[in-house]
Write a protein that binds this ligand. Structure first.
Ligand code: NAD
Ligand code: MG
Length: 386
């Protein structure tokens, strides 16, 4: 029996994780946390019977409490609630399927209480990787990647301990706007950006895929997870999303992981690593596929990726500013307050405005996040579409 807790159980990764629980009878859910979807949380509690459940707002938690009054589940809320789920003694693995850097404190708390992390919440690693990775090592816990590219790299590293890596090949689908130029991007609306060609995901990461910010976050995620230099990570656009990423070794040999675009494989792999469990999903048919193609990412048009490299090279608190500005800008775009191209523009303006902190602690990271939000709030009114 393996006991898992999930932060973000009602989202895209969260619900797919619970499908894996349904399919594997030796997984037990001890705790679930979500933002505001009380209805789905009630359903999940009735089906998976966790001891603890958290909703973000007190109001949602009170509503949930009324709905599940007949069950022996404790309902909590807010950051305290997330921390309680993250550290509950019953759980062995915490699946971090929450979106955004709100995951930093619960992830750190879970590591400190000895839990392995199945990490989907990349924003946490991007902003606090310098704290999380050494802490995980010190506490003897594993950070198991759920992001498909990082799972592919993790799988490609199997049995290669001690062999020197030449580079990591991080594949990208290119998103819904691949091949488009700046003039066309100006006109793109929320519904256009939400149409991802290969993956069905939460709204924030889908927008991040359209701007290529997601790939930028993934470059930073890979740097922390695999302890490689930025110069050793190459982004390759591969529109079919069959090669999920690869590792090139010093003899020139490349080991890659391939499969259909389906997040359930990386989620299940993280939960059962190093065991591979049966999985009843669509297989790659090479004859049907016909060909796989590759392109260079267009960083002149998709400046989000260029800015990510810049933030990663600067280091310190700059990745936090990059990430926080993106979180805020994406939310403004989804609310139709800014245009698509203003997302990277707001990130760039925030990075220019920021005074760098070399080695930020958690409080300084959260402070930089708050300052970035304030800056955007004050800047957004006089922002003009370039
Ligand atoms: P989503 O929006 O579908 O789900 C997010 C979940 O987090 C929801 O359950 C939501 O209720 C919960 N949540 C949000 N704010 C919360 C709060 N304040 N307190 C408690 N819960 C809160 O997002 P997603 O697509 O599942 O992505 C989750 C994470 O996984 C992101 O970091 C994303 O980058 C990463 N990821 C997702 C995919 C994918 O296929 N969806 C792939 C790779 C990585
Ligand atoms: Mg990914």
């Amino acid at each position: 029996m393996k006991k898992i807790a999930i932060l973000g159980s009602t989202g895209s990764i969260g619900t797919q994780t619970l499908e894996i629980v349904e399919e594997n009878k030796d997984l037990i859910v001890t705790g679930l946390a979500a933002g505001s979807n009380v209805e789905l949380m009630e359903k999940q509690i009735r089906q998976f019977k966790p001891a603890l459940a958290a909703m973000w707002s007190g109001e949602a938690a009170a509503d949930l409490k009324r709905r599940v009054a007949d069950l022996p589940v404790k309902v909590v809320c807010g950051m305290e609630g997330l921390l309680e789920i993250a550290t509950m003694p019953e759980a062995e693995i915490l699946v971090t399927a929450i979106v955004g850097m709100i995951g930093i404190r619960p992830t750190i708390a879970a590591i400190e209480s000895g839990k392995d992390i199945a990490l989907a919440n990349k924003e946490t690693l991007v902003t606090a990787g310098h704290i999380i990775m050494p802490l995980a090592e010190k506490c003897g816990v594993r950070i198991l990647p759920v992001d498909s590219e990082h799972s592919a790299i993790f799988q490609s590293l199997n049995g290669e301990a001690g062999n020197e890596i030449e580079k990591i090949i991080l594949t990208a689908s290119g998103g819904p706007f691949r091949g488009k130029k700046t003039e066309e991007l100006k006109k793109m609306k929320v519904e256009d950006a939400l149409k991802h060609p290969n993956w069905s995901m939460g709204r924030k990461i889908t927008i991040d895929s359209a701007t290529l910010v997601n790939k930028g976050l993934e470059v930073m995620e890979a740097k922390w997870l695999f302890d490689v230099d930025l110069s050793e990570i190459q982004v390759v656009v591969h529109p079919q999303s069959i090669i999920h990423s690869a590792v090139q070794y010093r003899d020139g040999g490349i080991i890659a992981q391939l499969g259909m675009p389906d997040m359930k494989l990386p989620i299940q792999y993280a939960l059962f690593y190093p065991e591979r469990r049966p999985m009843n999903t669509k297989r790659v048919d090479f004859f049907e596929l016909g060909q796989m193609t590759f392109e260079k990412p267009d960083m002149d048009t998709f400046t989000g990726l260029k800015l990510a490299y810049q933030a990663a090279r600067t280091g310190g608190s700059m990745p936090t500013v990059f990430n926080a500005a993106n979180e805020k800008a994406v939310s403004l775009f989804l609310d139709r307050k800014i245009s698509f191209l203003q997302i990277p523009q707001l990130i760039e303006a925030s990075m220019e405005h920021h005074r760098l902190i070399e080695n930020p602690g958690v409080e300084e990271i959260l402070q930089a996040e708050a300052e970035t939000y304030e800056f955007i709030q004050s800047a957004v009114s006089d922002f003009i579409i370039r």
